[in-house]
Write a protein that binds this ligand. Structure first.
Ligand SMILES: C[S@@+](CC[C@H](N)C(=O)[O-])C[C@H]1O[C@@H](n2cnc3c(N)ncnc32)[C@H](O)[C@@H]1O
Length: 360
């Protein structure tokens, strides 16, 4: 047997990845079963106490508590006690990451969206052979809820407080009378629409998405947020040429790269904005060009792309076959084909997103 340092390094990398995979899906159980939430509320607990609080099975709860402790997510107070007397706790600084959906540091949605991304893995494998795609709905509710949870806190904290105020004409118009109208295409579970309505108390927001479960969820979210008098949601294809209306702001958050026909969607957005409205596309901050050099955003976005965004975008034919890694030049090409004269990249800082204004 050859003892190659490169092979050793690869083996180490793969084993670390397996470790990470177990940790992610252990987190999935903790989020979905309400274990982190419960531990955050009741403090150090035995397996029996956690099981009672969450209405789950004690034997499973104990196995999970032990796994989480070994993985470094929980602390055990009395390690050498008998197994049914051991008390486990969620360290205080971990609460916002694992149990506080309102925090921008919340990552409890990540295992949920990852579970969604691999849900139709065999169909995805098949698509690689046939050149077909996998419809968004086949990724199930984990994908929809995970996507919503990943962006919720960022939208609620930053969209109306930081991003839109940095686009001066838009910010001013959203504050003025008569009330500004906003179209949010590919809104998903609606958090971007809700964030705009909360931040701009006069604005009227229409959110659109192709996916019915997402729109149902968006409607529930708007009601719970108390903005359903100014925010409406409907199932609608952004690329529908009959899409009509007049809006001061037409925005698409993290969805143009998912669309089978992004040019038609951008054309529809141009029509909705008319001569005076603003078209804003917010999409992944991937590198300007392909490079083998380590780039954390490309590394992550290629992961989403191979499993989810590219197969989803290839489900309807003909397809632009974009994928998550939509580089600025690709968007410029789509925008030009949709009739826009130019594209500005706005100087708004965000680790994941790049902000494009498309000029008619
Ligand atoms: C990655 S999710 C983003 C959702 C939301 N904007 C967010 O940032 O959380 C992409 C969304 O685009 C929607 N979508 C894809 N193609 C669409 C189309 N042609 N028309 C309307 N929505 C579309 C999907 O249903 C999905 O909800």
């Amino acid at each position: 047997m050859n003892d190659s340092p490169q092979a050793d390094a690869l083996i180490e990398k793969i084993l670390q990845a397996a470790r990470g995979t177990f940790e992610i899906f252990g987190m999935y159980l903790g989020v979905r079963l309400g274990y982190y939430q419960a531990l955050g509320e009741i403090g150090p607990a035995t397996a029996a106490e956690l099981a009672a609080r969450t209405k789950t099975n004690e034997r499973y709860a104990r196995e999970w508590l032990e796994q989480q402790t070994v993985a470094g997510f929980l602390h055990v107070d009395n390690e050498s006690a008998a197994e049914n007397h051991r008390r486990y706790q969620l360290p205080q600084p971990y609460k916002e990451v694992l149990a506080d959906q309102e925090s921008v540091n919340y990552l409890g949605a990540l295992p949920v969206i990852l579970a969604g991304a691999v849900y139709p893995l065999r169909a995805v494998t098949n698509a690689y052979q046939t050149g077909g795609g996998v419809p968004y709905k086949d990724y199930g509710i984990d994908l929809v809820e995970g996507q919503a949870g990943m962006n919720r806190a960022m939208f609620l904290n930053e969209l109306a407080n930081k991003w839109l105020p940095a686009i001066s004409g838009v910010h001013r118009r959203l504050l003025e009378d008569p009330p500004a109208r906003v179209a949010d295409v590919g809104t998903g579970a609606g958090w971007s629409s809700i964030a705009i309505a909360k931040g701009y108390p006069k604005a009227i927001v229409d959110g659109f998405d192709l996916d019915e479960p997402s729109i149902d969820m968006a409607q529930r979210n708007a009601r719970a947020a108390g903005v359903d008098d100014r925010v409406t949601f409907s199932v609608r294809d952004a690329a529908d040429p009959k899409f009509a209306g007049r809006y001061d702001l037409v925005a698409a958050f993290e969805c143009i790269h998912d669309m089978s026909d992004p040019v038609r969607a951008l054309k529809a957005m141009r029509n909705l904005a008319g001569a005076n409205g603003t078209v804003l596309v917010v999409d992944e901050r991937v590198g300007e060009s392909f490079s083998a050099a380590k780039n954390d955003i490309d590394w992550m976005m290629y992961g989403w792309s191979i499993l989810h965004c590219l197969p989803v975008g290839m489900a309807d034919k003909p397809s632009a076959e974009t994928g998550t890694v939509m580089r600025p030049d690709t968007l410029r090409r789509y925008a030009s084909a949709a009739g826009f004269k130019s594209v500005d990249i706005l100087p708004i800082e965000n680790y994941f997103f790049r902000f494009y204004r498309l000029n008619p």
